[in-house]
Design a protein around this ligand. Structure first.
Ligand code: AVI
Length: 322
């Protein structure tokens, strides 16, 4: 056993950081971008002019509110389950329409963060006081398992923001399968997928000149410093984005500007970096109809409708069980 090897970890975070930084090439998961600071940085990203995804999806929901809401509505009312609800800005378009029309439904936002759910519930109480909100704290997978017993009426599962794009295809299929297994025959899934487009537009969305995306990417290093007693010098790394138009995969990296050694005390780990060595931190997959239909079929789902913005930058698809 190497003398810097610690075999017992006290959290998945510790284990994943250890394995990512001792692999070649090095990698860290983008799920670790998100803590209080990372959540705020992601909010800032969604307000960047270059980050077109949020506006496109907002426009799709604003332009097609009635048609989408009609597709949601069941004869006996329905339960609207949103995975990764965030601040709910886009969802509120639909919620407002449905409550104005006095349609019978409950809104079940699912999030890992109780804090995010409390804030959302608070704002909904003020803006839509008649809405029935039933927040569900937990991971998507655990909550989906629990909600599969929710069978007294139609379920509509909502996943916005092209969140699926942060998963490799095989993990995206697993995610869709988990959803499919929680669905009854009449249920539907409504999900956003960022589309393939001019590669420059995509690179610009993940390379803003103000450096918010860079700070977001480096937040994983900050978390290692503060939570695992590490000594990453953030200035000696920079953010690098690539986009492969053939596969539709945008990738984020952190690149070491110099040869250096980083110590992570809580993992009893010393990590050596060569000059220009990379840490792969995120994928943001871009799609077209063919890929989405393939993913769906692998998960025993089928696409029954879709909505696009005027430039075809982004699409929301409706899926049902095959
Ligand atoms: C949350 N996710 C879909 C975002 C994306 O576009 O991949 C996260 C993000 N990373 C950099 N900018 C935004």
């Amino acid at each position: 056993m190497k003398n810097n090897t610690k075999t017992r970890f006290t959290s998945a975070f510790e284990e994943d950081i250890y394995s990512g930084l001792t692999s070649y090439p090095k990698h860290l998961s983008s799920k670790y971008f998100y803590d209080k600071k990372g959540d705020k940085l992601f909010q800032d990203i969604m307000n960047l002019p270059e980050y077109y995804l949020t506006n496109c999806e907002y426009n799709i929901l604003a332009t097609n509110t009635q048609e989408i809401a009609d597709a949601f509505t069941g004869s006996n009312g329905f339960d609207l389950i949103e995975l990764g609800a965030g601040d709910g800005k886009k969802t509120k378009l639909l919620l407002r329409y449905l409550t104005d029309k006095k349609i019978d439904f409950d809104y079940l936002p699912v999030d890992i963060s109780q804090n995010a759910l409390d804030e959302l519930e608070e704002s909904l109480k003020k803006e839509l006081p008649s809405l029935s909100v039933k927040p569900q704290q937990g991971t998507y997978f655990k909550t989906l398992g629990r909600l599969s017993d929710y069978n007294s009426r139609k379920k509509v599962i909502l996943v916005l923001g092209s969140n699926i794009g942060n998963l490799l295809h095989k993990d995206a299929i697993d995610f869709l399968k988990q959803i499919q297994e929680a669905m009854s025959p009449d249920d539907m899934l409504f999900m956003g997928f960022d589309q393939k487009k001019n590669p420059q537009t995509i690179l610009d969305a993940y390379n803003d000149p103000t450096g918010v995306t860079e700070a977001f990417n480096k937040n994983v290093l900050e978390r290692i410093n503060s939570e695992l007693d590490g000594n990453f010098d953030l200035e000696s790394f920079f953010h690098w984005e690539t986009y492969n138009p053939e596969t539709g995969t945008a990738k984020s990296f952190l690149i070491s500007k110099e040869k250096q050694k980083v110590t992570i005390n809580n993992l009893a780990l010393k990590v050596n970096f060569e000059a220009w060595e990379s840490i792969h931190t995120e994928i943001s997959q871009k799609y077209d109809d063919m890929i989405v239909e393939w993913l769906a079929s692998q998960a025993e789902l089928k696409v029954t409708d879709s909505f696009a913005d005027e430039k075809d930058f982004y699409k929301n698809y409706i899926f049902r069980k095959k």
